[in-house]
Design a protein around this ligand. Structure first.
Ligand code: NAD
Length: 295
């Protein structure tokens, strides 16, 4: 059995840590919101709160499930004069960053960790809260195959498809590109639903037709009825995080010198919606945003 640290008990991290707590590994958890971590430990026998990063000193693996690269670097490199995991983890320990972070920064972080005798994998996920709860996330991994082999049993607790996609940063690159495709599909779906309704089509029938036709995508299958037409808007993935992911995808395109004209448009739409809807909006509220901006 291993000693596992888990940092970031948000919409995704909470159900993921819950699954790890069922495995018999020793689990120490941390969140910026101390009450969240305390609640988790109270609900899980075998889990304890890590009050400070130095409590991860004997961990074999530390998993981060944080909003972005800034948050990941804060816990790894240190913040506000406090040391980060880089100077705390024991030699040979592995940091697995499962956040959706920036591939270039992750590559650099991997090198910094390796220089200190530490291992790193970027292992972002896709599938949303529902699949985090089920333990059926798609996990795309960047890093050394040998390190992945060591960590695979732990990752398999969280996801059925664990795919090695390349060296450090490759997982984060893949994740950003996946979310670009997903975000573009969501906007196209929302536009089609608004236009169809203005013409007099029934949106429920539209979704059914799309799902049996070539317009089928993740939004038509898993979001349109469930979170948009229902007005629930509670998928658990914030609009701000999706806008962040699109910024990462566009930055990636720029870094390899590839123009993404559609990507530019899609990013602008998500940034505008984020500004209009404000902090805390669910990404499925893009539907409401388009309905309200109808001419
Ligand atoms: P969230 O905002 O719900 O959770 C983030 C958690 O991290 C919060 O509990 C916050 O308090 C904590 N946190 C932030 N900075 C911290 C720090 N320095 N130290 C300790 N804790 C800190 O976000 P989420 O929806 O769980 O997403 C987490 C990551 O997973 C993001 O990168 C997101 O893009 C990605 N992701 C989310 C989904 C989804 O459906 N929500 C799906 C796939 C990937």
């Amino acid at each position: 059995m291993m000693k596992i640290g888990f940092i970031g008990l948000g919409m995704m991290g909470n159900p993921m840590a819950h699954l790890l707590a069922q495995t018999g590994h020793t689990l120490a958890v941390m969140d910026l919101n101390a009450a969240t971590a305390a609640r988790f430990a109270a609900e899980h026998a075998g889990a304890s709160v890590a009050g400070e990063l130095k409590d991860f000193g004997d961990a074999d693996i530390v998993i981060t499930m944080l909003p972005d690269s800034n948050a990941v670097e804060a816990v790894v490199l240190g913040n506000a004069g406090k040391p980060g995991l880089l100077s705390i983890l024991k030699k040979g320990a592995t940091l697995i960053d499962m956040s959706s972070a920036e591939p270039m920064r992750s590559r650099k972080l991997a090198q910094t960790l390796q220089d200190k005798g530490l291992q790193y994998l970027d292992a972002p996920v896709s599938g949303g809260v529902k699949r985090a709860v089920d333990g059926t996330l798609a996990i795309m991994v960047g890093g050394d195959a040998a390190v992945l082999a060591q960590c695979e049993p732990v990752l398999k607790t969280l996801g059925k498809n664990v795919t090695h996609v390349g060296q450090h940063g490759a997982g984060h690159a893949m994740k950003a590109l996946n979310n670009y495709v997903s975000a573009a599909g969501l906007v196209a779906t929302v536009e089609a639903l608004q236009v169809g309704q203005s013409f007099g089509l029934d949106p429920e029938i539209m979704v059914a037709i799309l799902n049996s036709s070539t317009g089928k995508n993740n939004t038509t299958e898993n979001k349109a009825k469930q979170f948009m037409l229902s007005g629930a808007y509670n998928s658990g993935f914030s609009l701000a995080l999706m806008a962040k992911d699109l910024g990462i995808a566009m930055g990636l395109g720029e870094s390899v010198g590839f123009d993404m004209p559609l990507g530019d448009e899609v990013l602008q739409i998500w940034r505008d919606a984020n500004e209009a809807l404000g902090k805390g909006a669910d990404h499925t509220e893009m539907y409401r945003y388009f309905r309200n901006r109808k001419q």
